[in-house]
Ligand binder design. Structure first.
Ligand code: ZN
Ligand code: ZN
Length: 389
């Protein structure tokens, strides 16, 4: 089959690789119908996240048609149209039984690569470094889905593919980030980042009862989507002296009730702190530039909630004093997609959370490297590149 693979730092290629096969009785093989880029892919493409090997097929957000199932697969059948959350989960362990799905204890075949950094391994993820399991990704004609009964969700009839696709990751991640905020009537939620996840977090915050949502980014076309598709008020941080002061002014001096960071370790910023972070990251003295997260910590009201969706590894100058003295609640996770999927499918059926506007650009799989370049550089207002294998 044809697949898009990582060949080295900033070197993606398309080539012919062996087809996936059923390895375990709970596996299914999907013919991928749509798959999309994700901001977190950029971290290993450009070498900030290590443990990629040349030839690794990338991609973790996808939907497809079931073409083969192992003998123990009961709930999904050949020919069915399904969407798959990006974390692979067993459905049986303590974490799965407590709906902490991205922390599944049984789907990371190489825990020794994560334990030194995190203390315990997370669940495995498709196409996302050997530190996250080394599974083959979805930017291919076919993909193997382990534990298919837990991880394949039937796509509702009448809901189009470019809507269903984003239920794989962007929508549940954003929805989870808003859910973390324990939103009450009258609440104001600030969201850093108008990427797919950030936009979904904004829309979800309204669905969960927020009165105001304020979005922070620097790209006018993304801020326009935040305004028009999500109903958010917006701050272009290139046009204000201080995001924190602007948020204070917009909230009568009190600050947002919760702040969601949908940016992560490669935050862009302005000023001396950003310059310091960039130099340290370039010298590999820290892995993460934390402009967005630091701003969120400073801006959130006293006693508020900090919801972290952006990907981080290690950060320097982390303002723990502000978290402790302001009495903040910090909540964070990689997406527990299997928990949120039933709710999202219901919203999808009612037309309440339609993420299809994220699919700004479409490519064949053969054009994958160009699709990633456009996505990375946000050319032509690209929010997500979608591949049709
Ligand atoms: Zn993703
Ligand atoms: Zn599990």
């Amino acid at each position: 089959m044809r697949a898009l693979y990582w060949n080295g730092v900033n070197d993606l290629r398309v080539g012919t690789v062996p087809d996936p096969t059923i390895i375990n009785p709970h596996d299914a093989i999907l013919k991928v119908t749509l798959t999309t880029t994700c901001g977190s892919d950029l971290h290993f493409i450009d070498g900030y996240l290590p443990t990629m090997k040349p030839g690794d097929i990338i991609g973790h957000e996808f939907m497809g048609e079931v073409v083969e199932t192992g003998p123990e697969v009961k709930k999904v059948k050949k020919g069915e149209r399904v969407v798959v959350p990006s974390f692979i989960v067993c459905g049986q362990c303590w974490y799965c039984r407590n709906q902490l799905f991205s922390l599944c204890d049984n789907t990371h075949p190489k825990p020794e690569l994560q334990v030194p950094l995190f203390g315990y391994p997370t669940a495995g993820i498709y196409g996302y470094t050997h530190a996250f399991g080394g599974y083959a990704g979805s930017h291919a004609e076919y993909v193997r889905v382990p534990f298919a009964d837990n991880d394949c969700f039937h796509a509702p009839e009448g809901v189009p593919d470019d809507h269903v696709l984003f239920l794989s990751d962007a929508a549940p991640t954003g929805y989870m980030g808003a859910d973390f905020c324990d939103i009450k009537p009258g609440d104001t939620i600030a969201v850093w980042g108008c990427c797919g996840v950030g936009l979904m977090a904004q829309r979800s915050a309204y669905l969960l009862g927020a009165e105001r949502v304020i979005a922070i980014d620097r790209f006018p076309e993304r801020l326009r989507l935040a305004r028009e598709k999500c109903g958010s008020e917006v701050i272009n941080y290139m046009e204000v002296d201080s995001v924190v002061e602007t948020l204070k002014e917009m909230t009568g001096g009190r600050g947002p009730d919760a702040c969601i960071d949908a940016v992560g370790m490669e935050a862009h910023g302005t000023g001396i702190q950003h310059a310091y972070d960039s130099v340290k990251q370039a010298l590999h003295l820290q892995t993460d530039r934390g402009t967005a997260l630091r701003e969120a910590i400073m801006a959130v009201r006293k006693g508020g909630v900090l919801s972290i969706l952006g990907v981080y590894m290690l950060m320097d100058k982390f303002p723990i004093g502000a978290i402790m003295n302001k009495g903040l609640t910090v909540r964070s996770a990689q997406q527990h997609g299997q928990k949120y999927m039933p709710r999202l499918l219901e919203h999808a059926a009612k037309g309440e959370l339609d993420p299809s506007f994220l699919a700004t650009h479409r490519f064949s799989l053969e054009d994958g490297p160009r699709g990633y370049a456009m996505f990375k550089h946000k050319e032509d207002g690209c929010v997500r590149s979608v591949f049709v294998p």
